[in-house]
Design a protein around this ligand. Structure first.
Ligand SMILES: [Zn+2]
Length: 251
């Protein structure tokens, strides 16, 4: 397990909770002794334009600092996906998040759809064709779902169970009935469903369980290729521990 990280992710580019001071640092503190780090490069224009309209890219560019950090976040997702193909699994400790970014618009603290940009980059290089995206954020990734809605080669799944047990069972059942295989499993890793976060549902150990389920699925159906990127998660006192639990499950 490698962690893709850039110190510029700590910069406060906006007043939203994903850009809050100390958020990335709280995760970095938990991970830095346990995993090797890799630094990404910003995404290129062509990477953005495989997923987003020119108008949307121009609009985000006008935001200045947020655009610079958003380019690095998309580049971080690409790096995590590439590492997964080359050697081993990787996690993008990135922000801003991406799953509420559609082709021509974005909301919910998102600018560019990091995970879609990573998948389209690999597809443009013929490194993969079919992908499964599992989104464990509290919120439905409408941007990701929109981008791939008419693409039969990319599946999107967002479990929504109302209790801790039903949530884990829903994910387990979904993975168990998939007969097809994929070239890569991409995980939109949001942690805002934790008991002490907005969703008030999952415990820290559940992220370990989820990581293990996803890893086992990747081993049997995705050639052991799985990468994850940070989406939501806003309680800085538990966020780092939750990320670490997921990564240990995935390792
Ligand atoms: Zn969320």
């Amino acid at each position: 397990m490698k962690v893709v990280y850039h110190r510029r992710y700590c910069e406060v580019y906006s007043s939203d909770p994903a850009a809050a001071p100390g958020r990335i640092e709280s995760i970095h503190e938990e991970l830095k002794e346990h995993f090797p780090y890799v630094e990404p490069k910003p995404a290129a224009q062509e990477d953005l334009l495989r997923v987003h309209s020119q108008d949307h890219v121009d609009y985000i560019r006008s935001s200045g600092l947020a655009y610079e950090i958003a380019l690095l976040a998309a580049g971080g997702a690409i790096k995590a996906a590439e590492l997964t193909l080359e050697t081993e699994t990787a996690f993008g400790l990135i922000r801003p998040p991406g799953h509420h970014a559609s082709r021509g618009s974005s909301w919910g603290f998102c600018y560019f759809n990091n995970i879609a940009i990573a998948i389209e980059r690999l597809r443009s290089e013929d490194k993969i064709s079919e992908a499964l995206i599992v989104d464990i954020d509290l919120h439905y990734g409408d941007g990701t779902a929109d981008i791939f809605s008419s693409d039969s080669q990319v599946a999107y799944f967002h479990p929504e169970g109302a209790t801790r047990q039903s949530y884990l069972e829903e994910l387990k059942r979904y993975l168990a009935v998939r007969r097809e295989s994929f070239d890569i499993l991409a995980v939109s890793a949001g942690f805002d469903r934790h008991q002490q976060d907005w969703g008030g549902l999952l415990q820290t150990e559940d992220y370990h369980t989820i990581g293990k389920m996803l890893k086992e699925f990747a081993q049997s159906k995705c050639n052991s290729r799985v990468f994850s990127v940070l989406e939501g998660g806003y309680n800085h006192s538990v966020l780092g521990k939750n990320v670490k639990a997921l990564l240990e499950g995935l390792s």
